[in-house]
Design a protein around this ligand. Structure first.
Ligand SMILES: [Zn+2]
Length: 301
């Protein structure tokens, strides 16, 4: 029978190393979620800095592509080894439900639970910026250990070089909660899409109808169309910059160098990942960056 083996766990717990040593079967295909995340970021046009608002979408997209390929490889008769972080039951269930619907296969999961020494060694070898304490705290806070009720045939705990079968009592509450969370998440995403679409329509309509233009330097106000503004020399979206993003807003008589945009970009060089639509203030964005470090942003929690 074809088999799907998940190898899951936090950063630097030894997933890749375990896969290389434990799965040497020639018929096995290894699919690593990190490759898919990189692809999703690349496709979205992000090379280094990724705005928070886009991150969740990219990670979700990566999971969808990963799941798609897992099913495809299994359908072609291969065994699949899938590397994932998979902290939450809801993320695992989203995969398992779809896989079970498509195929009759055996699904097992190996949870990497290294000793402190081994984990610290891995972090050091990979020259990661996070400390063992950070990674451990995050794992203890966010990780839900897989339960047979999620649909796994076998669940293993991997402690350094030893593998232990660990089948907890099936707990249906876990799966009910996970399905509820997934449904809520789906609803939230639909609402967000609706807002984005409405906004796009609004911006499109602003090309043809007049709206208030405010000069941030002299305070002048004019109720004019985009074309009128352009002809009168205004620096204003959508001709210059974008609505909802920091940019110059000046009439034809005022100068770019007197704008907030100019000050931010030439004097202080504040790394504003852009104050998007007033959803976050600059302080909030910077605070989030400071708090998240580079760990919690690499996978869906
Ligand atoms: Zn002005």
């Amino acid at each position: 029978m074809r088999k799907l083996s998940f190898v899951i766990g936090a950063t630097a717990t030894g997933k890749t190393h375990f896969i290389e040593h434990h799965f040497s079967d020639e018929n096995s295909v290894v699919l690593n979620i990190y490759d898919y995340q990189q692809k999703a970021y690349d496709e979205a046009g992000f090379k280094e800095a990724i705005p928070f608002s886009a991150q969740f979408r990219c990670l979700k997209k990566a999971n969808e592509m990963h799941l798609h390929d897992i099913i495809e490889e299994l359908e072609q008769g291969h065994n699949v080894v899938a590397e994932q972080t998979f902290f939450k039951a809801k993320r695992r269930i989203a995969y398992i439900d779809k896989i079970r619907k498509a195929l009759d296969i055996e699904i097992e999961v190996y949870v990497m639970c290294p000793s402190d020494d081994r984990w610290a060694y891995n972090i050091k070898m990979r020259e990661l910026s996070g400390s063992l304490k950070n990674y451990k705290e995050q794992t203890e806070r966010d990780m839900e250990f897989p339960n047979p009720a999620e649909g796994f045939d076998k669940i293993y705990e991997v402690i350094d070089d030893e593998i232990f079968l660990r089948m907890d009592e099936p707990n249906l509450e876990i799966t009910e909660k996970a399905r509820r969370e997934l449904a809520e998440e789906e609803e939230r995403i639909c609402k967000e899409d609706e807002i984005v679409n409405k906004r796009k329509e609004l911006i499109e309509s602003m090309k043809t109808r007049p709206f208030w233009h405010y000069c941030e330097v002299c305070g002048k106000k004019e109720f004019i169309t985009v074309q009128d503004a352009f002809e009168a020399g205004w620096d204003y979206p959508p001709h210059m910059g974008h609505f909802g993003f920091l940019g110059p807003r000046t009439c034809g008589n005022c100068l770019l160098k007197d704008t907030l945009y100019w000050r931010v970009n030439t004097e202080k060089k504040v790394p504003i990942p852009v104050v998007v639509d007033g959803m976050l203030t600059t302080e909030e964005v910077l605070k989030e960056y400071a708090e998240c470090g580079d760990m919690s942003i690499t996978f869906l929690t």
